[in-house]
Write a protein that binds this ligand. Structure first.
Ligand code: HEM
Ligand code: HEM
Length: 222
């Protein structure tokens, strides 16, 4: 048993719990509920990015189990954990086990790509870089309707032309099309990783007991 493995384990500290559940909620809300690129989407995404930054800082200054030094991204540690599973060995880990550590880094890296590409499209809300919404079209009265329709059509044509040239996205995002593509691919990868992560947590819970989840929900005291 090395220094990272003890017979009894403490629950995760409150900051790890807060950032974990905050980030998970933001991913769920932006993946399922908000309209892509809407103000809500950008604000929820900004909240996620802030929690991510706080958690990454905590990896340097937080309690021992929460520090990166307690769970280095090591293929050898991951292979050791697979060997433990195969052999039916159940070691209690004070921090993440070898496989869980790799997943945590993969999730954080993907969240980082989603956040950076998001900000490249929308700017940082509340700062000078924030995307400026197009002025609202005034309420259209009946006689003006045909003019407004024409203007709408022209705008749509211009958007399509820009898209064809690989220019700005048509749905309100700024910047080249590839940034939007990377944001979309990273978001989809995030959903796949999150599903694998939840599967891994459930598997480890069946194998080693409910403490795995309780440490993150508050059932195990620090
Ligand atoms: C919390 C995690 C996030 C998830 C799961 C997520 C997911 C998505 C998805 C699936 C799309 C649609 C992409 C497409 O089909 O083109 C999208 C679009 C967009 N997202 Fe996010 N996003 C997240 C965070 C952010 C952040 C942090 C920002 C900016 C601060 C942001 C800004 C945008 C913008 C501006 C678009 C519109 C792109 C366009 O169509 O022009 N997102 N997001
Ligand atoms: C989109 C959803 C989710 C994301 C992005 C996510 C992300 C993460 C990340 C980044 C970590 C590392 C935590 C840290 O050290 O700060 C983690 C750990 C953990 N997550 Fe999640 N998570 C999600 C959903 C869930 C759900 C639904 C559960 C409950 C079934 C869960 C249970 C856990 C547990 C128990 C750990 C600690 C694992 C260990 O002991 O090594 N997560 N998660």
């Amino acid at each position: 048993m090395d220094a990272n493995e003890t017979a009894t384990v403490r629950g995760w500290d409150p900051l790890v719990k807060l950032t974990h559940w905050g980030i998970a909620l933001a991913v769920l809300v932006n993946g399922v509920f908000t309209e892509e690129g809407s103000d809500w989407h950008v604000w929820v995404g900004t909240g996620m990015a802030a929690l991510l930054l706080v958690r990454l800082l905590w990896g340097f200054i937080g309690p021992k189990e929460a520090r990166f030094s307690a769970f280095p991204p090591s293929p050898t540690r991951a292979a050791d954990h697979v060997a433990d599973i195969v052999a039916g060995r159940k070691l209690a880990h004070a921090s993440h086990n070898g496989l869980g550590a790799l997943m945590a880094y993969a999730l954080w890296a993907t969240l980082g790509v989603v956040a950076v590409t998001g900000f490249l499209m929308s700017g940082v809300p509340g700062t000078a870089s924030a995307r400026v919404e197009a002025p609202m079209v005034p309420a259209v009265t009946a006689p003006l309707a045909p003019v407004a329709e024409e203007a709408d059509e022209e705008r749509e044509e211009a958007d399509e032309a820009e898209e064809g040239e690989g220019g700005e996205g048509a749905e309100g995002g700024e910047g080249p099309e590839w940034i939007e593509e990377v944001h979309e691919v990273a978001a989809n990868l995030l959903f796949v990783l999150a599903a694998l992560h939840i599967g891994g947590v459930l598997f480890e819970t069946r194998r080693s007991g409910p403490a795995v989840i309780r440490r993150m929900t508050g059932g195990v005291r620090g």
